[in-house]
Design a protein around this ligand. Sequence first.
Ligand SMILES: Nc1ncnc2c1ncn2[C@@H]1O[C@H](COP(=O)(O)OP(=O)(O)O)[C@@H](O)[C@H]1O
Ligand SMILES: [Mg+2]
Length: 317
Amino acid sequence: MTLNVAVQMDPIARININGDSTFALLLEAQRRGHALSYYTPDKLSLLGNELVAPVQMLTVRDEPGNHFTLGEPKRQPLAAFDVVLLRQDPPFDLAYITSTHFLEQLQPKTLVVNDPAGVRDAPEKLFVMNFPQLMPPTLISRNMEEINAFRDTHGAVVMKPLHGFGGAAVFRIMPQDMNFGSLFDMFSITFKEPWVIQRFLPEVRRGDKRIILVDGEFAGAVNRVPAADDLRSNMVRGGAATATELTDREREICSVIGPALKERGLLFVGIDVIDGYLTEINVTSPTGIRAVAKFGGPDIAAKIWDVIERKRSRPSK
Ligand SMILES: Nc1ncnc2c1ncn2[C@@H]1O[C@H](COP(=O)(O)OP(=O)(O)O)[C@@H](O)[C@H]1O
Ligand SMILES: [Mg+2]
């Protein structure tokens, strides 16, 4: 089966192909003979209920500096595609939400991965709150009394923006921390949303594990160890990827959340686990495929295309 696939992503010229999961997906699609078209989210227009974009034919190569070729832009209704890959990176803002509303117009004729309504309804640090039994104690608030009561109960905490990503503005606050008042003020001014206050997990120094689930099933994992002078394990902040296996607890986390992901059409998901505690469920544009492959792990891109092809050959699911 060959599929007509469009990918909605940020500018392809700027990606780092050695770490980019979207790129891994595109390489595998091309290897299987699927036709690839490309557009960036800003190019979408909704004319009545018809979603159109000036799409470009795309060829990819696993060669840094020479990784893609684009054809001329050609205006097309996106309903003409079998599959649209929603691979837009955060910020998860109103532009992002608008784009999920746009893509919803295409369903069910076109398969959108991940499901745009599923993505919209699962902000990464909010959706995870449905599974408190798997999480560290966590409060989402901008209320000083609530936050102080939480700190009194839990001691050292981490404070981070609710819709943050890539480790931006993640702080550890110790009991009696003299910076708390100023950080509270700064968060109050900077963010309109309440923010996350979470028990600090000291074992983070041994890593924050990225576990990938495909259609609700465990598909691969990589550990990320923070730099010696940083709290944050994100690879963009200098976290070092290392090979890893799943513990029993982590398998249990996958089996508890897997069905909820599958049900929502969240086909490709990356969860973050620190010391056996689930902290995030990344659904927008998760990464990790290439890092898992680098350490001899499974070919997650192949698993994802197996599922997409299966869904397309039985379109009613
Ligand atoms: N509760 C916590 N305890 C210890 N470290 C944490 C905690 N929460 C976050 N971190 C550290 O900060 C990093 C970024 O936090 P995370 O919640 O994953 O937000 P982001 O969406 O920015 O990646 C994590 O990878 C981890 O290293
Ligand atoms: Mg994270």
